[in-house]
Design a protein around this ligand. Structure first.
Ligand code: CP
Length: 346
């Protein structure tokens, strides 16, 4: 494996899951692979889990690690071609990337969707330039359209906790004051389908994800119906994907519109999306929804906005898996970097 962007890069997911569990049991047994090799981790955005777990994973494998926060200490980078660089950006990505490649054996990149151009985001404008110009193996640490290290960790966690062969896994949209990328839900849906689970995605009208990522999942607009009999509930906020509202928080669009619908909620007329009005805040995951599940485990990638995404009692409850998911980020990263070392760096 030279590049890691999505589930298909792992090949057979069941084989990868078995390997991950082996790595978890023997995480320091592969130090010979990374000796005198350097893993460079580039962050265009903030991180707690990815920053710590990926460094730990590379160090478990005997690698040196270098972490660069592009927006704190490096020159400001221009990312677009054909720009006259007379502003505050001192260096172009097209020089910076090959320079970074000189100091690294493997490069990890975190670069969120910017919501300025759907085309740039969904063509992975930043990550693809690292793949093209660094000359080194590259893996995503969450980019515009996917978070494959998180999704791999989530599936490892489900495998460790499931009590039926084919669990019902429900991914639900939940409210948030901001506008978040679709990377986590895209990858989670794709990995959960690839794992062979019964996957249901539930969200208000207007929050449909790119169907390339949800293929194989059932879309259910009634959240309570979706939750019935669930074994795992995965909550996440994401901004709208559909045009003309790409990258927007529809609740904020509705409130700004100033209209109130017949049920008393802010109205947003998107008849082409089946949307007129929505009680957005009712989507916060709490005991009301969890009561109709099969005593489901609660999952979230973190960081989480409590009492927006999920109530305190659910996230603190005995079925919450948010900490085991975070712990498995070390394992998903180690498994991916191990595979890259084995195939590209020996
Ligand atoms: N889940 C996740 O990627 O967390 P960070 O943004 O803190 O890295």
């Amino acid at each position: 494996m030279r590049y890691y962007q999505n589930v298909s890069d792992l090949g057979d997911l069941q084989v990868a899951l078995r390997e991950a569990l082996e790595v978890k049991a023997h995480r320091y047994d592969y130090q010979h692979l990374g000796k005198n090799k350097t893993c460079l981790l580039i962050f265009f955005n903030n991180s707690l889990r990815t920053r710590l777990s990926t460094q730990k994973a590379a160090q478990n494998l005997g690698m040196n690690t270098i972490v660069l926060d592009v927006n704190a200490g490096a020159w400001k980078l221009e990312t677009q071609r054909s720009v006259v660089m007379d502003g505050d950006k001192a260096e172009h990505l097209l020089e910076a990337i090959p320079v970074m490649g000189c100091y690294a054996d493997i490069i990890g990149v975190r670069s969120f969707a910017r919501f300025e151009s759907k085309k740039d985001d969904y063509e992975e404008m930043i990550l693809s330039q690292f793949i093209k110009y660094s000359g080194k193996p590259v893996f995503s640490m969450e980019c515009a359209t996917g978070h494959p290290l998180q999704a791999f960790a989530d599936i490892i966690t489900i495998e460790e906790h499931k009590d039926v062969a084919r669990p019902k896994v429900v991914m639900t949209w939940a409210p948030h004051p901001g506008r978040l990328p679709q990377a986590v839900p895209n990858s989670f849906a794709q990995f959960a389908v690839a794992a062979g689970y019964e996957v249901v995605v539930t969200h208000p009208h207007g929050y449909e994800l790119d169907p390339r990522f949800t293929a194989g999942a059932t879309i259910e607009y009634d959240q309570m119906k979706a939750f019935e009999g669930a074994d795992f509930v995965y909550a996440k906020n994401w901004a709208a994907y559909a045009d003309p509202y790409y990258g927007q928080n529809l609740e904020k669009v509705a409130v700004a519109g100033g209209k109130v619908g017949p049920k008393g909620f802010p109205a947003l007329e998107l008849p082409e999306l089946g949307l007129y009005e929505e009680d957005w805040r009712s989507w916060t995951v709490g005991s009301r929804q969890m009561a109709v599940t099969r005593d489901a485990h609660f999952m979230h990638c973190l960081p989480v906005r409590r009492n927006m995404i999920v109530t305190d009692d659910v996230i603190e409850g005995p079925r919450s898996l948010v900490i085991p998911e975070a712990a498995n980020r070390e394992i998903s990263a180690e498994t991916v970097i191990k595979r890259i070392l084995e195939s590209e760096c020996q």
